[in-house]
Ligand binder design. Sequence first.
Ligand SMILES: *Cc1c(COP(=O)(O)O)cnc(C)c1O
Length: 477
Amino acid sequence: MAILKGLAEDGGLYMPSEIPELEVSLEHLAGMSYQETAYEVMRLFLTDYTEEELKDCIDRAYDSKFDTADIAPLKEADKACYLELFHGSTIAFKDMALSILPYLMTTAAKKNQVENEIVILTATSGDTGKAAMAGFADVPGTRIIVFYPKGGVSRVQELQMVTQKGDNTAVVAIHGNFDDAQTGVKKIFGDSEFGKRLAAKGFQLSSANSINIGRLVPQVAYYVYAYGKMVQSKKIKCGDEINVAVPTGNFGNILAAYFAKQMGLPIKTLICASNDNKVLYDFFRTGIYDKKREFILTSSPSMDILISSNLERLIYLSAGCDAQENKKRMEQLGEAGAYTVTEDMRRRMADFWGGYATEEENQTEIRRLFEKTGYLIDTHTGVASAVYQKYVKESGDLTPVVIASTASPYKFSHSVMAAVSGKAEEGDEFASIDQMNQVSGVAIPRAVEEIRNAQIRHTRECDGNQMEDMVTEILGL
Ligand SMILES: *Cc1c(COP(=O)(O)O)cnc(C)c1O
């Protein structure tokens, strides 16, 4: 039910009543395929699904949509392991969860005898929207509406969205930033009058954002899988600790790593990497979450976020699962724009190390790694890589690291090529793409070729406060 609903009725986020322990041994993990690992992890959370149902969802999600049988290959460069999470149909890590979410949702709808059409409302900082539409396009019994910040996403991201096919898809550009889009979506969810109008017409809302627990659970799987691969390739021995570094926006991806740690995976430090929107870095340093600051547009747009929704789940766990305390803080954030956590809670978050990279540090890191190893990373992975370097410098901790590589460099080719050449890119996006192909030797992904000549199908725009009207119009209420 939590997956179907997306957001709880009181506006809070769903949480598992407890985080289960891994049952498979670490020795065993090393030989397991991605699908087997995903099943081992997901079955512990999604206990309402039968073995057959869950395995069916997994097999349909992680298939030839991915361009490698490994699904999430691990690449070593300059002694760090980059976990490539971008081999799915939209070449960013959101595919890892969004290729399975539609199957989880439609299976849950069937089990719960839901007759309504499910309307997925999604705010995107660039990658979720396309990945969700790719997953839900033409899925019977579903509609999907995506809101993205106009001018706040890369050209490839925008083209991927506005050319999306499928009769049940709609895309709207918001005059505002990601937080405006996300707040607008949460508001629609909280409007019970609107919910009634929808229900009268046979619709019910759900979310494909990482506030949906069905996004988080599949993401735990790849950290467990990465550990197995590290053992298999003899980079570590069974039981050795690893660090993970994650380029962070909405705090979903790194929270999944934290869940993996809570399940018993030997993770030491969770390195939380921010760009210039460094609200999380400040939070981990001071214990104060303060969103009242300028929203900065960077070359890692999918991390341009000041309200990291999933932090709410960590706060909840750190306060001893006290839902009232949690609600108080989330209300403070809404009303005063800030909240503080106690010393005791900070101690419970000591597994996290917050860092950030400026635009220049990010560019320098992308160039350094490319010149040293020939390995090209995107601007989000660049942030994580740069912050990891800072972490090592500050701590001296050389524990083997897995860096989450969240997007193909082709998705941000303008910025990546500018970083590599050290000067601003001229010409259009596709010129940079062809140039990237020449210097990196990595084949241009199908997802990029597809949009080169695709027809633009979506041109809707609106202000942040008109989102509900837009939904009304699109659904014909
Ligand atoms: C969404 C996204 C992120 C941020 O992930 P969160 O789970 O929101 O913290 C980082 N990089 C890329 C490429 C993304 O699409």
